[in-house]
Every structure is written in C-alpha cells, then in structure tokens.
Design a protein around this ligand. Structure first.
Ligand SMILES: [Mg+2]
Ligand SMILES: [Zn+2]
Length: 210
C-alpha cells in the first residue's frame, strides 16, 4: 500500500483579482498534453522518473497565450500509479513542482487513487474539475478541458466544459465526441482563442428587439 495521502491534492495560487463571475479556465491533462507521455504498444504512460519528465516545447508559448487572454490554467491529472504502489507520491509531486516552476499554472489537481466506487475524481469523473471550479469561482460552461485520452474528454463533458481532444493516435477509442480535435497544445490554444470569441455555449440568448 502507498502511504496515506489525501485523495485529492489541490494546490491553488492566490486569486489574481479578475472578477469572480467572469472567470474562465482551461483545464489541462498532464501526460501527453504538458509533458511527453511514454508510449508502449500504442498506449500512453506517465514518465517514471524526473530524468524522463520532459515538458513539450509548444507548451510554454501556448499557456502564455491562454494566460494573457485571461484564462485560469488548472492541471487535472489521474496518477493511479501512486495507489498501485509503482510510483511514489514524492516523485509525482516533484514533477508537479517542475510544472509550477516552468509554467504559469494556477493550480494542479491530481487523483492519486485507482478508479473505483469510492473515488469521485478519477477522470472521466468530473470531481477534479468541479472542485477546482467551486474553489476558484470558475464558470465551467465558459471553460475548456484539454486532454489526449477518452477519460479527459469524458470529464470535460461531465463537467459541462467545451472539450478539446489532442489526438496522439493512441490505440484506444474515444467514448464521447469532443467539440474540437487537434494535434498538440499549440493548436488547442489557437482553437480556444478563436472559440472564446463566439457566444458561450449554452448561454441564454439575449432576445433581440424588433
Ligand atoms: Mg494524458
Ligand atoms: Zn480520486
């Protein structure tokens, strides 16, 4: 058994002064989105040690662009290897320290459990997103979930976000249809910046005066 850890680890930076009701977030999966995933037999896995933890080159500029457009940037990641006992919590947290030091993130939310009935946050469950949204007053309907697996798309759909699938051509199928598909985080950021100018999905229409 791994050492006891809080099932949900949330570290959120202090508020930035943006009016609460207007807050939008981009929720970001970790492996295969921010850092390079290890791909074996067509399936992605997290890097096992700090030496192989590599932030992808397009990520810094993409997040800077989203940040300056006013988005909160919140990582939402499943890390079940901690519960399985094949990865230590401290190694995963060291990886998250690197992310915090290198990228303009507002929070990192992780599920360290395995999928099961007692966990409300293992994606595709929306717990990580719902928790961060309530803590930071995020409007989920005006927010985005970006990920490279069906679980990320599923969590985004369940939370009411616009979903963006980064297609790495893994040997697995999607279970929900993402709103947008693209090849990497640079393309995802460009798609978000374009989409955010359109009316918010699900927002009531303002009746037109005749
Ligand atoms: Mg991933
Ligand atoms: Zn969980």
């Amino acid at each position: 058994m791994p050492r006891a850890a809080s099932p949900i680890a949330i570290k959120i930076r202090p508020r930035t002064g943006v009016p609460d009701l207007l807050r939008r977030a981009v929720f970001l999966d970790r492996d295969g989105v921010l850092n390079r995933a290890v791909v074996r037999d067509g399936k992605p896995y997290p890097p096992t040690d700090l030496k192989s933890f590599e932030i992808l080159p397009e990520v810094g500029p993409a997040l800077a662009a989203l940040k300056s457009a006013g988005f909160l940037l919140i990582v939402a990641t499943n890390q079940p290897d901690v519960a399985r006992g094949v990865q230590t919590l401290s190694t995963v947290e060291s990886m998250h320290d690197i992310l915090r030091q290198s990228l303009p993130l507002d929070g990192i939310c992780a599920c360290y459990e395995e999928d099961g009935p007692d966990c409300t946050c293992y994606k595709p469950k929306p717990g990580l997103l719902l928790d961060a949204a309530s803590k930071l007053n995020v409007n989920l309907r005006a927010s985005y979930m970006v990920g490279d697996r069906w679980r990320d798309v599923g969590a985004g759909v369940a939370a009411g976000c616009t979903t963006i699938f980064i297609d790495r051509h893994y040997a697995e199928d999607l279970r929900d249809t993402p709103d947008i598909s693209c090849g990497n985080l640079a393309e995802a950021a460009a798609a978000i910046l374009k989409d955010m100018k359109a009316p918010i999905r699900g927002a009531p229409r303002i009746p037109r005066k005749t």
